[in-house]
Design a protein around this ligand. Structure first.
Ligand SMILES: Cc1ncc(COP(=O)(O)O)c(C=O)c1O
Length: 376
């Protein structure tokens, strides 16, 4: 367990921010890294050509440590949807085959597959919401020979339902299905290793559990796919990009997953900020972050149970996520009611989604419970 890290953030004492799954706050040193990066553009004569490459590779190195792979396997993307679209462009799907997705999966990991299936005469196979909340068993049951691609998250974004990706990865390999992952609601708060799971692609937007800025993310690409087609063709993905004085056309791409980088990937403001945040996560340790958020959620779950709310237990639920339900409907205006009390959560579907992180205190949890007591 980590001691509370609130001092690193700019969160006023009267704010109980329990909504990391919506958007994390930035740490002060992350803001400083971003401001310093943006300020560099005020003096372009200091932005020497090597800076187009060094910052990107530093980002890759930190990202690679988080997903447990070589930096060569990391591409820089602006969003989860960009990573998923890259995966859809590079995975095989034939007429009559299917793409496996979860019921109510996040749209950025759905629409690309829907379009691909339409284009190829294939179909989407939707894993129904399991009554017992066991998504792993439900996915394993659905992984039949017709599934060419399993496009999945580690954690269901509304309920926090956790998938055992090690078992699912092994099952995909048995049936010959590719595995494309959206880790946006888990990476940074739930331990993950590409060595154990062996996905083909795995993407994570930076602005939630990676505690980074908006509009940047990482994409893991398995080595066997490094010869694939990027979504965009741009100068910096090519082998000769560092030679600014004689930049001509070449058929050859830069090494590893760099060919999948977005245009203007050397973002001088966002990359240093995202990298600084990832370094802090690595210093804390993802297991420790998970345990710290998990302890707050256990405290919340037990107090909420006394008010008639229930939530799946771990390990079917990820420790950093708590989706509270009750028999009576949740008032739609609950987030606004709570916001007036400076308590921040989300309502997703029929649940109150509570997602604390290392900056939250026991008092934040007590304030939420005091509010829930009033609507109970
Ligand atoms: C599971 C999941 N994936 C991705 C995203 C963000 O998608 P994008 O980066 O395409 O905007 C979210 C945002 O809530 C999410 O919950």
């Amino acid at each position: 367990m980590l001691p509370c890290q609130r001092h690193l953030f700019d969160i006023p004492a009267d704010v109980a921010y329990l909504n990391c799954a919506y958007m994390s706050p930035l740490m002060k040193p992350v803001v400083e890294a971003g401001v310093a990066g943006l300020t560099r553009k005020a003096h372009p004569w200091e932005l020497t050509p090597d800076k187009f490459f060094t910052g990107s590779d530093e980002f890759r190195t930190a990202a690679a440590q988080l997903v447990d792979c070589s930096a060569e396997c990391i591409a820089i993307v602006p969003s989860a949807s960009y990573g998923i679209a890259t995966a859809a462009r590079n995975l095989s799907l034939k007429k009559g085959q299917s793409v496996l997705v979860l019921a109510a999966q996040f749209p950025s990991n759905y629409y690309s597959w829907q379009r691909l299936a339409e284009d190829r005469g294939a179909s989407l196979k939707v894993v129904a919401w399991p009554d017992d909340n066991d998504w792993t068993a439900a996915v394993l049951d659905s992984l039949s020979a017709d599934v060419a691609i399993a496009a999945l998250p580690h954690v269901h974004w509304t309920s926090g339902g956790r998938l055992d990706l090690v078992r699912i990865g092994a099952a995909c390999r048995r049936v010959g299905a590719a595995l494309a992952l959206d880790l946006t609601q888990s990476l940074g708060a739930l331990p993950f290793s590409v060595r154990d799971v062996q996905p083909d692609f795995a993407v994570a937007a930076s602005y939630k559990w990676l505690l980074g800025p908006y509009s940047v993310g990482l994409l893991y690409v398995a080595p066997k796919l490094h010869g694939g087609k990027p979504l965009e063709e741009n100068w910096i993905q090519r082998a000769n990009a560092s030679d600014f004085s004689s930049l001509t056309y070449t058929e050859d791409y830069d090494e590893g997953a760099r060919r999948f980088d977005m245009g203007e990937r050397s973002n001088f403001a966002l990359l240093p900020a995202a990298e600084r945040a990832m370094k802090q996560l690595l210093e804390w340790g993802v297991t420790q972050i998970s345990e710290t958020a998990g302890a707050l959620n256990l405290q919340l779950a037990s107090a909420a149970a006394e008010l008639g709310f229930s939530a799946p237990a771990e390990p079917l639920r990820a420790a950093h996520y708590l989706a509270l339900r009750r028999k009576a409907a949740i008032p739609r205006e609950l987030p606004e009611m709570l916001a007036r009390e400076r308590v921040f959560v989300s309502v997703r579907g029929s649940s109150i989604r509570v997602t604390p992180n290392v900056y939250n205190t026991a008092e934040d949890c007590e304030r939420l419970i005091a509010c829930l007591r009033r609507i109970a």
